[in-house]
Design a protein around this ligand. Structure first.
Ligand code: AMP
Length: 293
């Protein structure tokens, strides 16, 4: 069989031209936006895209506008050579790797903001500016790549809901596909930031996952009250004095508004800080489960 070669495109105009060419040939393309430091979570998105589309484009761009002042933009892991190997193996055809100057030329001043859905959860703890950065860059990437389908992880549950809203509100002709969370053997959600967890904190980084499982167990046992559930979950984490809870909320998976009682499928989502690293995780659960991931 002919060996496929993956292309790297760094120039925005070149990416646009390539997308136009694919559209003219009626090529259905899948798109996986990432910030690199690729792990099995990213790979699962790329493989799914490769299986469902004629061509797959992945972007690797550590987007400065979604990092708030004081966050980890500089220390965000960057592993370019390994990323290229992994992307190629996963079936990616084009890696789009623009510079910040390509994406944000001098005098650029336009942003996209999804309002209500970005108020709570990470929008509350990181600031709505974080999601403004995300939606702005994803809108720009959609315009450059013009994908048929775009793949996002349930790991960033709020992000997926926000992007879906943006696509509807701004009439982007793209189908959003949300893929399951990929975890380490012990249950820790894979994240590019995991490499920054100090080894002595690694085991305790599971506290959020354990709290979410505790909540799910309580729901299975008949507990419905969101206040009691989130209190019990927070308490279980705060037993470790070195972990900070950014938030731990139970919300509607559609509106992301807090629920008082778990009477329907609900999103239990949290963020903690341990050893200088911020980690997020979530579980979707209702009165009838699901009780397994
Ligand atoms: P990031 O590079 O962190 O911006 O993530 C790029 C995409 O990969 C986003 O859609 C994430 O939700 C997704 N992703 C990150 N971690 C995981 C994971 N553990 N499982 C599934 N998808 C993930």
């Amino acid at each position: 069989m002919e060996k496929r070669t993956m292309r790297v495109i760094e120039d925005a105009a070149e990416m646009r031209a390539e997308a136009a060419e694919m559209a003219a040939r009626r090529v259905e393309s899948g798109f996986v936006p990432t910030m690199g430091a690729l792990h099995r979570g990213h790979i699962s998105l790329m493989e799914r895209s490769a299986g469902e589309n004629d061509a797959t484009v992945a972007s690797i761009f550590v987007n400065p506008t979604q990092f708030m002042p004081g966050e980890d933009y500089e220390s965000y892991p960057r592993t370019w050579d390994e990323d290229l190997e992994k992307a190629e193996k996963a079936g990616v055809d084009i890696v789009f790797h623009p510079s910040p100057e390509q994406m944000y030329p001098e005098r650029s001043q336009t942003s996209v903001q999804v309002h209500l859905l970005t108020r709570g959860l990470c929008g509350m703890s990181r600031g709505q500016g974080h999601f403004r950065g995300v939606t702005t860059v994803v809108a720009k990437l959609f315009n450059l790549v013009r994908p048929t389908r775009a793949y996002f992880g349930q790991k960033d549950a709020q992000q997926a809901v926000v992007i879906q809203r943006m696509v509807i509100d701004l009439n982007f002709p793209v189908e959003i596909i949300v893929c399951p969370i990929v975890r380490e053997k012990d249950g820790l959600a894979l994240s590019s930031r995991n490499v920054n967890i100090p080894p002595e904190c690694r085991e305790r980084a599971l506290a959020l996952r354990k709290a979410l499982l505790l909540g799910r167990g309580m729901i299975r046992g008949g507990e419905r009250d969101a206040f009691r559930l989130s209190n019990a979950m927070q308490e279980s984490i705060l037993k470790d004095p070195e972990i900070e809870v950014d938030y731990l909320d139970i919300v509607s998976p559609e509106t992301l508004e807090e629920v008082e009682s778990v009477d329907d499928l609900s999103l239990m989502a949290g963020a903690i800080r341990i050893g200088g690293v911020r980690l997020i995780d979530n579980i979707l659960v209702g009165p009838d489960g699901p009780w397994e991931d």
